[in-house]
Design a protein. Structure first.
Length: 152
């Protein structure tokens, strides 16, 4: 009985609850909510970011801009959500390899999105600017976390 209570407390302390309007799909949500290790959750966030970026890329390549503002906001929402989780739960003295990989993926996605912005209609330029600025700010936070954990 005591073992069961202790295990329950450990699971509750280590898990991360997601907001109801999370940008993750149902499988990603389930994985995140059941994953105790922040390193594994970072990997899931990176994969979700890649998934959303592919959707954005496909929309631009097909000149289908109808859902692009929603997809861009979904991506930045994912980045914000992941940053909160990482800031709260990443407690390591060495650099997180998964966070390094995620930061690189976000940096490349920002660069690619800047290229997509050029192709997008003028009425979407403000949405691109806003989302890219937010993504860059979050990416810089990732870099700060990486270097802060290295100096501790």
């Amino acid at each position: 009985m005591l073992w069961s209570i202790a295990l329950n407390l450990l699971i509750q302390a280590g898990s991360f609850s997601l907001p109801a309007d999370s940008p993750l799909n149902s499988v990603e949500k389930l994985k995140i909510e059941n994953e105790l290790k922040i390193e594994s959750r970072i990997k899931i966030y990176r994969q979700a970011s890649e998934r959303i970026q592919k959707i954005i890329e496909e929309s631009v390549s097909k000149d289908n801009y109808q859902n692009l503002p929603t997809d861009l906001k979904l991506w930045t929402s994912l980045l914000s959500e992941s940053l909160k989780d990482i800031q709260t739960h990443l407690k390591t003295k060495k650099k997180s390899k998964n966070l390094i990989s995620f930061e690189i993926q976000v940096r490349k996605a920002i660069s690619n999105s800047q290229n997509y912005k050029i192709k997008a209609p003028t009425e979407l330029q403000d949405v691109f600017e806003s989302c890219l600025a937010q993504a860059e700010k979050i990416r810089q936070e990732f870099v700060e976390i990486l270097f802060k954990t290295n100096k501790q």
